[in-house]
Design a protein around this ligand. Structure first.
Ligand code: IMP
Ligand code: MG
Length: 195
């Protein structure tokens, strides 16, 4: 039998446990201070929902939307399409990010947020792909490390697979690019992580 195109790497249970651990660390470091939680749509929508509830402190939540200009290779030129509603001046800010790959998006975001003079600025990333790094944003909290392209738990491939409850690693991204629906049979919701 041929190798599956993708495999579950981090199950829903593993993610839940790790998110709870991350939230406990962040809560301890906040020491009772009320944070602003910020994430970039759309990839962090699931992580933000779980993390913010596990954090279990009074928090404000806000979102940004950005686009990157991609001209062949990623240029690191990022533009804000939708900005925060909340002022972060003098606030304790936690950036809630599902995955950090090249680091270019997060570096841009941190530069932008830092210029608004928050009291503190921390980053909590569920998945880190350190081998792919181009920019080096500091990650204060990291859930998992991987080298693979991941789908599920908010992460997409061509807008698909965001609502899978687990994180799957894609073994053959070029094959998936040729047929973006290729994982639907094996990874589909309802069937569960039985690949
Ligand atoms: P960057 O390369 O660190 O700037 O990553 C920018 C964005 O690309 C992330 O916030 C994700 O939305 C997306 N991304 C990076 N790696 C993956 C992946 O493995 N699967 C799905 N989306 C990814
Ligand atoms: Mg994406």
């Amino acid at each position: 039998m041929s190798e599956p195109l993708a495999q579950v790497r981090f199950s829903a249970e593993q993610i839940r446990d790790r998110v709870d651990e991350l939230a406990a660390s962040v809560r301890a470091d906040l020491g009772g201070r009320r944070p602003v939680l910020i994430s970039v749509l759309k990839g962090s929508l699931v992580f933000m929902a779980d993390f913010s509830r596990s954090l279990d402190v009074e928090a404000e939540i806000d979102f940004m939307m950005v686009t990157s200009f991609v001209g062949g290779a990623s240029t690191g030129v990022v533009r804000i399409v939708n900005d925060l509603e909340i002022s972060i001046q003098d606030r304790h800010v936690v950036v809630v990010e599902t995955i950090v790959d090249t680091g270019l998006t997060l570096s841009f975001l941190l530069k932008t947020l830092r210029a608004r003079n928050p009291r503190s600025l921390r980053v909590c990333a569920l998945v880190d792909k350190p081998v792919r790094r181009i920019a080096q944003p500091l990650l204060d909290y990291v859930g998992f490390e991987t080298e693979e392209f991941m789908v599920g738990y908010g992460l997409d491939f061509k807008s698909r697979y965001r609502n899978l409850p687990y994180l799957a690693g894609v073994r053959d991204v070029p094959a998936l690019a040729l047929e973006p629906d290729a994982l639907i049979e094996s990874l589909t919701l309802g069937k569960g992580p039985s690949i």
